[in-house]
Design a protein around this ligand. Structure first.
Ligand SMILES: C[S@@+](CC[C@H](N)C(=O)[O-])C[C@H]1O[C@@H](n2cnc3c(N)ncnc32)[C@H](O)[C@@H]1O
Length: 275
């Protein structure tokens, strides 16, 4: 791949999706794109760039392209220290606060939800907690840029590694056997939904001050500092006053944003939107 081809694609990916392709990743990109060029019978990366940007099929191609580029690694009950904090500390406190305010709605967003394991994990934790049953209106929404992965999340069929850290009783309670694995039960489906979307435009997808909690884990590592700044600022718009942001354990808002107050829990830091 010529330096010029890499630069143009790199700029396009940053502008369009906010993703950073680090310098020196020409061979990574070439390896990802060669099978696609062959399928399309294109003979150069310059031709592919033109196809991606200007062809009548560019929208469709951008979908394929982003699927090739993104890392969709995920599994149920990932990073359990944070999930413990959610179950033990956050949910009971949130319930109490809501009851005091006379509100019985709960909105959680999984930003960069991949194939849905995080969304369904949150749904299981919520149902297991027993705090938000009966007349509560609860909704967990997963958003991801990759249409192919959102279709898998909607299908809700999983096997193998997806369950690598799932306590067995959750499998028994929340999944049915299906031909190709285990499928989520209706109790999870009722409180979850998925949408394709770019996190850079999340502010246009969801109403202001509508979310109690946003999970955005293992996503920001792929963005530049500037894009991360934009993204967490848009999360702040969507979060309710004092709403909470969970990041992956290797991600932090230090030197990125002053809109959140970090709160330390055993094994986890959670960010509270500043009043
Ligand atoms: C490594 S997965 C993380 C999944 C899950 N949050 C977890 O921690 O297990 C990162 C996901 O972020 C999505 N993603 C990357 N950039 C995005 C963007 N600009 N808008 C929406 N989703 C994006 C990718 O498609 C991918 O599915």
């Amino acid at each position: 791949m010529r330096a010029e081809d890499f630069r143009r694609i790199k700029e396009f990916v940053a502008e369009q999706f906010g993703l950073v392709l680090d310098e020196g990743r020409e061979s990574f990109l070439a390896q990802k794109l060669v099978p696609r060029l062959t399928e399309l019978r294109l003979t150069s990366f310059a031709d592919y760039y033109a196809y991606l940007k200007y062809s009548p099929h560019s929208d469709e191609e951008q979908q394929q392209f982003i699927s090739l580029l993104t890392n969709n690694e995920t599994y149920f009950f990932r990073e359990d220290a944070q999930l413990d904090v959610l179950a033990r500390e956050i949910l009971p406190a949130l319930k109490e606060k809501k009851l005091k305010e006379g509100k019985r709605t709960l909105r959680i967003v999984s930003a960069g939800c991949s194939s849905g394991e995080e969304v369904y994990t949150l749904a299981m934790i919520l149902l297991e907690s027993g705090h938000f049953l009966w007349d509560w209106d609860i909704a967990i929404t997963g958003v991801d840029i990759d249409a192919r992965i959102i279709a898998r999340a909607d299908l809700g069929i999983y096997s193998g590694r997806a369950f690598q850290t799932t306590p067995p009783h959750f499998i028994e309670r929340y999944f049915n056997k299906a031909a190709e694995g285990l499928q989520v039960k209706d109790s999870l489906r009722k409180i979850t939904s998925f949408a394709r979307g770019n996190l850079l435009q999340l502010g246009n997808m969801l109403p202001a001050e509508s979310a109690d909690i946003i999970f955005c884990r293992n996503v920001l590592i792929y963005f530049s500092e500037e894009t991360t700044r934009q993204m967490v600022a848009s999360f702040a718009k969507i979060l309710k006053p004092e709403g909470l942001l969970f990041l992956g354990h290797s991600e932090s808002l230090a030197r990125i944003s002053t809109q959140y107050v970090p709160t330390r829990f055993p094994g986890a830091i959670i960010y509270r939107k500043r009043d």
